[in-house]
Design a protein around this ligand. Structure first.
Ligand code: SAM
Ligand code: DTB
Ligand code: SF4
Length: 327
């Protein structure tokens, strides 16, 4: 599969890869008639990827709960009423056993998430060991540990890390409604450290948090103005968890979610666009439309970090019905 390493300056004259989309252009894409938008997204998708191949990643929460950050959507924050119980960082052998199982079940990438503001001390050393051991199992590795400095990014690269996930989450304009303990600029700094260390960037956001369409366009503009584009772009639909401030948020129109996927595909033609959190609440038909709109990656296995995901059997049946191949 082609990685999104082409930069704007090396873009072909066809203008296929751009990092200069204006907000107006992006909003105009969102406003297209649904069929026109999907046709355009599917055409872009076909010129860069096998349209029937979907990459599958498995997630494991290696350090759950007790997080000092106040992200309004997150059940792992200590600031919220129903915070999930805080646990310690998992043992290396237990993580490797889970990775082996994920590989047997068909995953090609193993993503490990930690509920930290940033990794420190002995915990960070253990993550380095985890990356080496999981990679030795023949899986691509991804971790999401919060903010990183330049030195930590280099050490993760040396340990063999393939991807670092760090999301912008929403538009710069809406961000203050969702998180107060970490700035947008700090997120961009971490992304720069990861990029400079030579690790593939996995960066996306969450929709359905009460943001406007203009905010969704602005988030996608932030992602698509990075050069090169993030290799992997997770688009999460808010999982509304009891006890978090967003528990009672109104559901997003599924067609608006599909539109967000389609616009992401058009703006970032070479990136893997991942249909991430929120599939549990989506119909099979909505997921099929997302694949048609250019989503070509999912999280596979019955749990995300702390919330449920569709069963593997259910996903295998859906892939078979749609003629999709897991890669
Ligand atoms: N603590 C680290 C951080 O935030 O940088 C890494 C783990 S954090 C759980 C990873 C991402 O999961 C968040 O950036 C957010 O996009 C997503 N996420 C968390 N809770 C979610 C929810 N309830 N619904 C959808 N996405 C969620
Ligand atoms: C991402 O963008 N989505 C994943 C992964 N990166 C780490 C996390 C989704 C978490 C959903 C809520 C939970 O299970 O706690
Ligand atoms: Fe902590 Fe990450 Fe959850 Fe924010 S999203 S509260 S940083 S675990």
């Amino acid at each position: 599969m082609q990685a999104a390493t082409e930069t704007c300056s090396s873009a072909p004259l066809s203008g296929a890869i751009r990092c200069d989309w204006s907000r107006e252009e992006i909003q105009a894409l969102f406003a297209l008639p649904f069929n026109d938008l999907l046709f355009r997204a599917q055409s872009v998708h076909r010129s860069h990827f096998d349209p029937n191949a979907v990459q599958v990643s498995t997630l494991l929460s290696i350090k759950t709960g007790g997080c000092p950050e106040d992200c309004a959507y997150c059940p792992q924050s200590v600031h919220h009423e129903a915070a999930v119980a805080a646990e310690k960082l998992m043992d290396v052998d237990a993580v490797v056993a889970a990775a082996r199982q994920a590989k047997q079940a068909g995953a090609s990438r193993f993503c490990m998430g930690a509920a930290w503001r940033n990794p420190r001390g002995r915990n960070f050393e253990r993550v380095l060991e985890l990356v080496e051991r999981v990679r030795a199992e023949g899986l691509e590795t991804c971790v999401t540990l919060g903010m990183l400095d330049a030195e930590q990014s280099r050490r993760l690269k040396d340990a063999g890390l393939d991807y670092y996930n760090h999301n912008l989450d929403t538009s710069p304009e809406f961000y203050g409604e969702i998180i107060s303990t970490r700035t947008y600029a700090e997120r961009l700094d971490t992304l720069q450290h990861v990029r400079e260390a030579g690790i593939h960037v996995c960066c996306g956001g969450i929709v359905g948090m009460g943001e406007s369409r203009a905010d969704r366009a602005s988030l996608l503009q932030q992602l698509a103005c990075q050069s090169p584009h993030p290799e992997s772009v997770p688009v999460n639909l808010l999982v509304r968890v009891e006890g978090t401030p967003l528990a009672d948020q109104a559901a997003l129109d599924p067609f608006e979610f599909v539109r967000t996927i389609a616009v992401a595909r058009i703006l970032m033609p070479q990136s893997q666009v991942r249909l991430s959190a929120g599939r549990e609440s989506m119909s099979d038909e909505c997921q099929a439309l997302c694949f048609h709109a250019g989503a070509n990656s999912i999280f596979y296995g019955e749990k995300l970090l702390t919330t449920p995901n569709p069963d593997a059997d259910q996903d295998q049946a859906l892939f078979a019905r749609l003629g999709l191949t897991a890669v």
